[in-house]
Design a protein around this ligand. Structure first.
Ligand SMILES: [Zn+2]
Length: 585
């Protein structure tokens, strides 16, 4: 699966980073930038600048930087594709995937073939017990069809024979549909009702199977494959999206039978995790499609634990515009059994009476004996780490003050740890002063000049650094400016591999030096002198080291390279090269 770069450009064009960051962290405009507390290091001062014009963020303390995609990836801990999906979804755009057959993450066509085979198997003649089971659970034919429910016969090779002997074994292996023993393949799903799992685009990527007769395990899921990642997928999400383009709310349940049972009774917006607890990826994915979420877990101990896990994984990315509620069932009930017994209206009433995330959290704090000092101390030590998980400072403040009231102590002062590595006391923390090494400053200045005058990239003045691999990054950037003089800084960042260089480039972007063309050229030439002098210093240091016989093989090679890359090689250089190579062995 790959996304065309033209789409990424278009997406970045239609996305405002101020919006993306601002929805998550409160921003203040000051000068050319918006400022906020950096979510990537522990800090109570605003050290992160968000630049609207350049569509860029940069933290002056931890140096995290990049465009809206980078921000989301780090903030919500997302894979690249998921970050793109998130931005596209809020921009109302659809991600056009390029289907490259050889790509690893493209769903195997075998899963779709298997789904067709299994659904054809689900009938009175070949699967009477399975049909009876679904009837007992009050699942109609229409619902079974909607979810492509199927049946896998209780045989070791029925799917294998159906797919034919000519299917390459690698494909069988990668599909997740077979188990392998002594290099032979066997059907993984046998004697089970099959619930196919689709990704958001509707591709069949995996399946779950419920056993019909006695046997273990009761539920079996496909293993993780290159296109199925359990902690990322939600059963039923594609089906909800089919019915509702803009999803009003989602109900998160524990099992596929809950999703299907609710659907049968008219609740058509439920999704289920796949045999895992709710992960941060799930929460972030759900928040991408709706801002009203109900967690509806089973009324047992496991359900309670699952609900708490959801709280823990929601806290870091909770936003003011997201509404989260919890529904709890009486002991022994799950969403499916509850709606079957009590009907749609009763279920609706449960949703209406569901408790909010904050009430649920505070109810947990209240479980401690707040009458005693010890109890309040325990409650505080339970609550503080949780509150500290919240990245959104407004919400964090509200939670902190509620917990403070309950525990009778100001937890805000208790959790405020001294922020590390603040270099300056002002809120415009800047690295530009004395403690930045001159070489680093030189590199940043070269970037500033390029940002102001991309045409400088054409100048021959960089050539002397050309053969030094340490400066490869500079030539990557120069090439980008040569090819596309009006390239956006956020695209330049995309092309850089080293986080350190990304940081330097970002610093230049945020600094936004105002230069005349003449001064820009002068700045570059001064900086080149510094960088080249640095190289000369290195040469001299290595030679001195050599003379006292303490040079390492790596340093020896380094020195040889420095000399070899000189534009003019003198007699002295030649002598040195000889010395260095003769002592090699
Ligand atoms: Zn930071």
């Amino acid at each position: 699966m790959s996304i065309p770069t033209s789409f990424i450009d278009q997406l970045l064009d239609q996305t405002d980073i101020v919006d993306v960051v601002g929805r998550r962290i409160p921003l203040n405009k000051k000068g050319a930038n918006f400022w906020c507390q950096c979510p990537f290091h522990d800090d109570s001062n605003p050290s992160m600048a968000v630049n609207q014009e350049k569509q860029f963020f940069y933290c002056f303390v931890c140096q995290e930087s990049g465009n809206a995609i980078h921000f989301l990836r780090r903030y919500e801990n997302l894979e690249f594709v998921d970050a793109i999906e998130t931005l596209a979804s809020s921009a109302g755009m659809t991600v056009p995937y390029e289907n490259i057959r050889s790509e690893k993450s493209k769903p195997s066509g075998l899963v779709e073939k298997a789904v067709k085979f299994y659904t054809a198997n689900l009938n009175e003649t070949s699967a009477p017990k399975a049909v009876q089971y679904l009837k007992d659970r009050k699942i109609t034919g229409a619902t079974a069809k909607k979810f492509n429910i199927g049946y896998a016969q209780d045989k070791w090779d029925s799917l294998l024979n159906h797919l034919g002997a000519d299917t390459p074994s690698q494909e069988l292996d990668e599909s997740g549909l077979f188990s392998k023993k002594d290099s032979r393949f066997y059907d993984r799903f046998r004697g089970r009702i099959i619930f196919p799992i689709r990704n958001i685009k509707g591709d069949f990527i995996a399946m779950g199977g419920r056993i019909i007769d006695e046997g273990e395990p009761k539920y079996l899921n496909s293993p993780e494959t290159s296109f199925f990642n359990k902690s990322n997928e939600l059963f039923g999400l594609h089906e909800v999206k089919e019915l509702e383009k803009n999803i009003t709310s989602l109900i998160v349940v524990e099992g596929y039978m809950d999703v299907i049972g609710l659907y049968e009774h008219g609740i058509k917006n439920a999704v289920a995790t796949l045999g895992t607890a709710v992960t941060p990826n799930h929460v972030s994915k759900i928040m991408r499609y709706t801002n009203k979420i109900f967690f509806a877990f089973d009324g047992d101990l496991a359900g309670g634990k699952a609900a708490w896990k959801a709280v823990e994984n929601t806290f870091p990315i909770i936003r003011e515009d997201i509404n989260i509620h919890f529904v709890f069932f009486e002991q022994g009930h799950d969403p499916d059994s509850y709606i079957n017994e009590h009907g749609l209206e009763a279920f609706q009433k449960l949703l209406d009476e569901s408790i909010s995330l904050s009430s649920y959290f505070l109810s947990k704090v209240k479980e401690f004996n707040l009458e005693t000092l010890e109890g309040r101390a325990q409650a505080a030590s339970f609550a503080i780490p949780m509150v500290n998980k919240i990245n959104n400072s407004v919400i964090k403040e509200i939670y902190a003050s509620e917990v403070s009231k309950l525990c009778g102590m100001d937890i805000k002062t208790m959790h405020a740890s001294p922020s590390p590595a603040i270099r300056q006391e002002t809120d415009h923390v800047s690295r530009s002063s004395s403690n930045t090494p001159v070489r680093v400053k030189a590199v940043i200045n070269i970037f500033s000049a390029l940002l102001a005058f991309p045409a400088i990239a054409q100048e021959p003045l960089f050539d002397e650094l050309k053969n030094n691999p340490k400066f490869d990054f500079l030539f990557v950037i120069l090439d980008l400016y040569k090819q596309t003089p009006d390239i956006k800084p956020s695209r330049v960042i995309e092309s850089l591999e080293s986080d350190q260089i990304k940081g330097y480039f970002s610093e230049a972007v945020v600094e936004g030096l105002v230069l005349s063309e003449k001064n820009a050229l002068k700045l570059v030439s001064d900086c080149m002198d510094i960088l080249l002098k640095n190289q000369k210093d290195r040469e001299q240091t290595l030679k001195d080291k050599y003379n006292v016989r303490s040079i390492t093989p790596a340093e020896r090679r380094d020195l040889q390279q420095i000399i070899l890359k000189k534009q003019e090689i003198t007699d002295d250089d030649r002598n040195w090269l000889e010395k260095l190579s003769s002592k090699q062995d």
